[in-house]
Write a protein that binds this ligand. Structure first.
Ligand SMILES: Nc1ncnc2c1ncn2[C@@H]1O[C@H](COP(=O)(O)OP(=O)(O)OP(=O)(O)O)[C@@H](O)[C@H]1O
Length: 340
């Protein structure tokens, strides 16, 4: 299932399981419009166990002398792969050969200067934008076109956009349970209880009947998060999910940022423990400019610059990297290869 909410939040999700299939839907809204598509039958695939992505074992993600990223040879745990992805808007070449893999169990951050295409690559992964060139593989299967054009197997992809973009005229309960009201066979009471549970999981209680206008910015983000992790508990198999967060802490005060960062961590559950619990998130990707979010919410970083991944490494390597681009970015210096 993929759900979208434009300037906004896009929870996108493709349900999968070990034996069944699931609906795939997209929904989104801004203050003037809304849309909803439901249709995907999605195959299931067994998930490989999470890898140890500690820096030593993950040394293969470093660059060799030619600047080429070396990856582990075993790709059985790769959920999403972008291979040489290009994207232009008019005469602006934004992505110029972006390649990376997201493995099961990973918490990955995408960082880089403004306008380098971080949100664009998230939209491409989610299937909202098609690359001009290059491929996106979902559990090894090449995706052609956009999400609405075909089945996606083996993974549920959720995209949570910068601002919550909740439906203004719907209550919190209706916003969070939207896809279940629309798509599931669950009864109203059951959905209502699940919404309550899911809201509690993101630290919100007693706000079900409020309208979005009655919430603070941080609360709206948490409601959006709840909407992205809720799922149909009546299904026999519930699929792990990859969540894509676009600047989830932008505009939040430091404490509210910490709350959201910890929530992102807390819904990252892998393995059997997560079955039937809200937030069965196998892996997630966070686009962020916030140092606190980099430190607190992700383990591995991809640095996007001039349309390419120019560096990747573990989070703790970010501040000690000798790469001049990374050094300048980490220090916020005006001197260096990045020119504004
Ligand atoms: N649909 C679109 N049509 C035209 N130009 C676009 C579109 N989407 C993005 N762009 C342009 O592509 C560039 C990259 O945008 P994107 O939002 O992906 O950057 P970003 O790295 O996420 O930036 P920021 O860090 O400032 O959020 C920008 O110059 C933006 O104006």
């Amino acid at each position: 299932m993929v759900s979208l909410t434009g300037s906004m939040l896009f929870p996108a999700a493709v349900q999968h399981g070990s034996t069944g299939s699931a609906r795939f839907s997209i929904w989104g809204t801004d203050t003037t419009s809304s849309f909803c598509y439901n249709q995907r039958k999605v195959l299931c695939a067994c998930m490989a166990p999470p890898r140890n992505i500690g820096s030593d074992e993950y040394g293969a993600t470093k660059f060799n002398q030619l600047g080429t990223v070396l990856e582990p040879e075993d790709d059985s745990d790769v959920l999403i792969e972008c291979k040489n992805v290009y994207k232009s808007f008019g005469d602006k070449d934004i992505l110029r050969g972006v390649s990376f893999k997201i493995r099961h169990g990973e918490a990955v951050g995408i960082i880089g200067p403004s306008g380098t295409g971080k949100s664009t690559i998230l939209k491409i992964i989610a299937g909202l934008l098609a690359p001009d060139k290059g491929e996106v593989y979902i559990r090894g299967r090449k995706r052609d076109g956009l999400i609405s054009d075909q089945d996606i197997s083996g993974v549920r992809i959720g995209l949570v956009f910068q601002s919550a973009a909740l439906f203004d005229s719907l209550t919190v309960r209706e916003n969070v349970g939207f896809l279940l009201y629309e798509n599931s066979t669950m009864g109203e009471h059951q959905i209502s209880e699940l919404v309550k549970e899911t809201l509690a999981a993101v630290g919100l209680k007693g706000v079900e009947d409020r309208l979005p206008s009655e919430l603070s910015g941080g609360m709206k983000k948490r409601v959006a998060l709840a909407r992205s992790i809720i799922f149909d508990i009546t299904k026999e198999s519930i699929e792990p999910e990859v969540l894509l967060y676009d600047e989830p802490t932008a505009g939040l005060d430091p404490i509210a940022s910490t709350v959201v960062e910890d929530l992102i961590r807390s819904v990252h559950m892998v393995g059997d423990d997560a079955i039937r619990k809200p937030g069965k998130i196998a892996s997630y990707v966070v686009v962020t400019h916030q140092h606190s979010t980099i430190r607190r919410a992700v383990d591995r970083l991809l640095f996007l610059y001039k349309g390419k991944v120019v560096w990747q490494g573990m989070t703790h390597e970010f501040t000690t990297s000798s790469n001049p681009i990374v050094q300048q970015f980490a220090s916020g210096s005006l001197d260096g290869p990045i020119k504004y």
